[in-house]
Design a protein around this ligand. Structure first.
Ligand code: ZN
Ligand code: ZN
Length: 396
């Protein structure tokens, strides 16, 4: 049976200024796939809905976020390698710099990944009988997990999201579980600050990483696995914690690629090589590249265009030679002019196992004329099952 690779180029779609980065980029390999395959426009979550990367990936990989989304926290925690248990309450966490009671830098002076990792050992491991797991990922980012009876994710963030005092964690309803959880989070915030302020790693830092801010609480519930639902053995190749977390949530295997950093310097060729190699063992490979989204958020047209050109040069020839069915798209638009996600559709190519159309270029304008028309995120998995010959008949 045929195998498939889904390449998600994060934040790929854009608006013309007067061209889009995709229109401006030199990308002969992607254009060739568009010419030899079929194209269309994808609304990853739903038409005109502005997707988060988390809900969008869940939807595209066949997990309706209305049913399966349990907040960003658990996905981040899974992505940094915490083996979550049912009922764990997880948050996204940031190491930050606090001075005179105010957060002056939410990223602790862009602390490096190695130093950030060493700070985790100073943080409390248990409060009031509840186990505490704090793990860092890249730079200032990480996850906080609370494990124990009687916890709830109905609590507010401590992250002020801009310079100012750390917010107190508040219960969001009157039941005892959110009260207990918010009390523990507030104790954790205080104890972590005391411990991190004394950490020798911080003594020489201009901006000490002396506080931990949390946001995006969620309670973990284990869903049925990707293999159970679709019959495909699947692997994920991604640098960012969220994407690894989404894949882990679905029970996909992670293929770790040295140099896959989740930032703009990521080793795209190494990821593509690993994706092709993984086809030997797996039916389906989900490959994720983050850089275009980061460039979009920064409003950096040239960087977004460069990232598209790098993907075209370093990944597409390898993926095209693999013989697998290819589905190439984005998880949402991140227009450079908006510096944020938007509800505009994203171009999509399907190469192998489908019909062809007359479209000869991979960009927002050309693919709007494509033979797939307007597809939604929830169509991606049926599409993949169909082109790989795995779709089950509906009816007799
Ligand atoms: Zn995204
Ligand atoms: Zn983004």
């Amino acid at each position: 049976m045929k195998k498939a690779i889904l390449l998600v180029i994060d934040g790929l779609g854009d608006l013309p200024t007067p061209k889009t980065p995709l229109q401006a980029a030199k990308k002969p390999n992607l254009d060739k796939l568009a010419k030899d395959g079929i194209t269309g426009m994808l609304a990853p979550v739903g038409r005109f809905i502005v997707p988060g990367s988390d809900t969008s990936h869940l939807q595209m990989l066949g997990y309706d976020p209305e049913i399966y989304y349990c907040g960003r926290g658990p996905l981040e925690a899974l992505g940094v390698g915490v083996a979550l248990e049912e009922g764990d309450v997880a948050f996204r966490a940031n190491l930050a710099t606090v001075k005179n009671g105010k957060v002056i830098d939410r990223r602790a002076g862009r602390i490096d990944t190695a130093t950030a990792a060493t700070l985790a050992k100073y943080v409390p491991k248990e409060i009031d009988g509840v186990q505490i797991i704090f793990k860092t990922s890249v730079e200032h980012r990480g996850a906080l997990v609370l494990r124990g009876p009687g916890l709830s994710c109905c609590v507010s963030d401590t992250d002020p999201h801009s310079p100012g005092a750390i917010h107190e964690c508040q219960p969001l309803d009157d039941s005892p579980e959110p009260k207990k959880t918010s009390d523990i989070v507030n104790k954790f915030t205080k104890l972590a600050m005391e411990a991190l302020s004394k950490a020798p790693e911080n003594s020489k830092r201009d901006k000490p990483a002396n506080a931990i801010l949390v946001r995006g609480a969620g309670s973990y519930r284990k869903p049925p696995s990707f293999h159970e639902r679709f019959g495909l053995y699947a692997a994920c190749i991604a640098g960012g914690a969220l994407y690894r977390g989404v894949a882990t949530f679905m029970g996909m295997d992670l293929v770790m690629v040295p140099g896959a950093t989740g930032d703009r310097n990521t080793d795209i060729a190494a990821k593509a090589k690993a994706a092709v190699k993984a086809l030997g063992e797996y039916d389906f490979v989900f490959m994720h590249v983050k850089g275009c989204d980061s460039a979009g958020h920064d409003g950096d047209f040239a960087a977004k265009k460069r990232m598209i050109e790098r993907i075209d040069r370093e990944a597409i020839p390898l993926l095209a030679e693999s013989g697998a069915c290819l589905v190439i798209t984005g998880d949402h638009s991140t227009p450079v002019s908006l510096k944020a996600h938007s509800g505009h559709e994203v171009p999509i190519i399907v190469h192998g196992g489908e019909r062809k159309d007359d479209v000869r270029k991979f960009d927002e304008l050309s693919c709007a004329k494509g033979g797939l028309g307007h597809v939604k995120g929830r169509h991606i998995m049926p599409l993949i099952l169909n082109i790989t010959g795995r779709a089950e008949k509906y009816g007799t």
